[in-house]
Design a protein around this ligand. Structure first.
Ligand code: 3SL
Length: 232
């Protein structure tokens, strides 16, 4: 049986060997949830980059450009990082270049993997079905916050572990801890996360509806995967 392991922060990636494995990159609040929403609303492909200037340069190539820093849309960009900003037909048929504080970094630091998949609660079952078919060992790479652990990405890793527990092995403590946390919290993720640092950060910015939306399970069946130089 293939295995599933969890890397709680991109800063810990040096401890993991990604070669020959599948990475599920996750930034529940909000980068990977927003990417999934963008694909579900017709985006053709997404180019995640680490730097603002690099992202801005894609405007000349006809891309929509999106950027978030500290929860706020960066000046001079078409879009920020709220999933709701990608839903009014504006991304239909478009390529989006995006940079966010943590999420796009987690994806870019996972390039050694055989496959990179973008995960969120919104497309949870689609990712589960794909991993069952793929039969590779899986590392869930949590974006965290500026190198530190966060609860919401860990809860997602636990949700994946719960749905994969009959078909994947996970003897490591990171996966077990994620699973237990998710099973404690899953009946009311919104309340469970109320004290978490990123929810407090976003609530200070008055972004309540994004939080509830990003915690919805199985809303979409899109599967963003890395091909050549972008997510498709
Ligand atoms: O860190 C990130 O990549 C963002 O998702 C953070 S925020 O939700 O836009 O604040």
């Amino acid at each position: 049986m293939p295995s599933i392991d969890v890397c709680f922060s991109p800063e810990l990636l040096h401890l993991y060997d990604l070669k020959g494995k599948a990475v599920v990159a996750v930034d529940i609040l909000r980068a990977t949830s927003t990417m999934v929403a963008a694909f579900a609303h017709g985006a053709i492909d997404i180019i995640p980059v680490m730097k603002l200037e690099e992202c801005q340069a894609y405007a000349e190539k006809g891309c929509l450009i999106a950027a978030e820093r500290d929860g706020i849309k960066a000046e001079g960009f078409d879009l920020g990082n709220s999933p709701f900003a990608y839903m009014d037909g504006n991304v239909q048929g478009r390529t989006i270049a995006i940079t966010t504080t943590n999420g796009t970094r987690a994806i870019n630091l996972s390039m050694e993997a055989d496959e990179i998949i973008v995960g969120s609660f919104l497309n949870l079952q689609t990712v589960v079905d794909h991993l069952k078919e793929l039969q590779l060992d899986v590392i869930v790479v949590c974006a965290g916050w500026k190198g530190k652990f966060n609860l919401e990405d860990t809860l997602y890793a636990g949700a994946l572990a719960e749905r994969l527990q009959d078909t994947f092995t996970f003897e490591n403590d990171a996966t077990l801890a994620s699973l237990h946390l998710y099973q404690t919290a899953k009946n009311d993720l919104v309340s469970f996360l109320r004290q978490s640092s990123h929810v407090r950060r976003l609530e200070n910015l008055e972004i309540h509806k994004d939080i509830e939306f990003c915690l919805l399970h199985d809303k979409y069946s899109v599967l963003p995967v890395w091909k050549n130089d972008r997510l498709v």
